[in-house]
Design a protein around this ligand. Structure first.
Ligand SMILES: Cc1ncc(COP(=O)(O)O)c(C=O)c1O
Length: 384
């Protein structure tokens, strides 16, 4: 065994931060099988229950039969295929946007778009709780990364005021992936406009879920679309498939096709995956009751946990943190929960700041209130 690997693994284990995979036997669903036992799943981002939807699977199968399993190369190399184009058309209609471009994942989108928009010499202003891919995107582009405390628009204003960079990009999650709260986007956009900055909104956990038509954070907060805001969303969460997209003007897409390295230098998504995403967006559009149930289930879960004395931070969405403090304690609790038939992930540093390890509870539109009620009881017992 390589001693450097051994040493690093030992350090990770000693700190209580060792991660490993839990095998689930079967598809993503509100209930999953682990080691032959059915458990309630409260850790998936399949928020609208579309990952195992028969029509979504059928769309993937049909497109695979017609177009094959793979895209052959980057779309700039071996040609743009129809399912990718159809997906972009579907996204444009869904988001009411002039143009859309599909990326292979949210990770690809953030590590491609941010360097393309803010390279060397630019200032990137990033909320401290933004997703890891946003931080990596800023580092990759060699921009100056200016992080501001979570949701603190006064601190952001101070940083913007001191910036002498010609290009300024403010980046924020719409719904924060580990806290489940919503970014103060009205204030952020006002600051951006005052200071000549662009805003990049990573709406990974918002699209499909919030806003009257599921269009995400801007719609949820009643903010008109504007040129200064670039919106991105993922297809692997609420839409149950895989991939990501960015929407905006046609020129922005041309720039990204020419400058976003993760778009240019990576094999495009398989056609079947694109067809699955298109179908999922269609279903989410014609079945708004999924979004309504998601919001009701989230409120039920948050209220139930708060009534039991738990601190769920400022969550107002389907992502509900339950701060447990130390990493070790968090993992002991998740072990007890699994033994009692509830599958929840413990989230530890560096995903969240030191001392704020937590259970990250996510609900879906397909959970039954009785299941959630039982889960709240089990969680309360496991945390005693
Ligand atoms: C806010 C945010 N952005 C981006 C990503 C990455 O998206 P993907 O899983 O499609 O790579 C995630 C996901 O896990 C996320 O939470």
């Amino acid at each position: 065994m390589n001693s450097a690997i051994e040493k690093t693994l030992k350090k990770i284990k000693d700190e209580g931060l060792f991660r490993s995979l839990t095998l689930i036997e079967g598809p993503q669903s509100p209930r999953v099988r682990i080691s032959g036992k059915e458990v309630l799943c409260l850790c998936s981002n399949d928020y609208l229950g579309l990952a195992n939807h028969p029509e979504v699977k059928e769309a993937a199968i049909k497109a695979t039969e017609r177009y094959g399993a793979g895209a052959g190369a980057s779309r700039l190399t071996s040609g743009a295929m129809e399912p990718h184009r159809e997906l972009e058309d579907r996204i444009k209609r869904f988001k009411k946007a002039e143009a859309a471009l599909v990326f292979n994942s949210g990770w690809h989108a953030n590590t491609g778009i941010i360097p393309a928009m803010a390279g060397r010499g630019a200032d990137v202003f990033s909320d401290r709780l933004n997703h890891a891919s946003i931080i990596d995107g800023s580092i990759l582009g060699r921009a100056n990364l200016r992080r501001y405390p979570h949701g603190d628009v006064n601190a952001l204003e101070g940083l913007l005021g001191r910036s002498t960079a010609e290009r300024k990009l403010i980046v924020t999650d719409g719904v924060f992936s580990m806290d489940g709260d919503v970014a103060p986007l009205k204030e952020i956009i006002a600051l951006a406009e005052r200071h000549g900055a662009m805003v990049f909104l990573d709406d990974a956990h918002a699209v499909g879920c919030i806003g009257k038509n599921g269009r995400g954070t801007l719609e949820h907060l009643g903010i008109e679309r504007r040129q200064s805001v670039i919106e991105a969303g993922t297809l692997g969460k609420a839409f149950g498939s895989y991939g990501a997209f960015v929407t905006g003007g046609r020129e922005l897409m041309e720039l990204l096709m020419n400058r976003a390295r993760s778009f240019i230098y990576s094999t495009a998504l398989p056609p079947g995956v694109c067809a699955a995403s298109s179908k999922a967006i269609e279903i989410a559009g014609r079945e708004p009751q999924r979004r309504k149930r998601l919001s009701e289930n989230a409120a039920f879960m948050r209220d139930g946990l708060r009534k039991n004395g738990f601190d769920t931070l400022k969550s107002s969405t389907h992502i509900i943190p339950l701060v447990t403090g130390k990493a070790q304690r968090t993992m002991e609790i998740t072990g007890r929960l699994l033994d009692s038939g509830v599958f929840v992930q413990g989230i530890r540093p560096p995903t969240v700041p030191q001392g704020t390890s937590r259970l990250r509870i996510t609900v879906s539109s397909e959970h039954k209130p009785a299941d959630l009620e039982r889960a709240i009881e089990v969680i309360a017992r496991a945390c005693e």
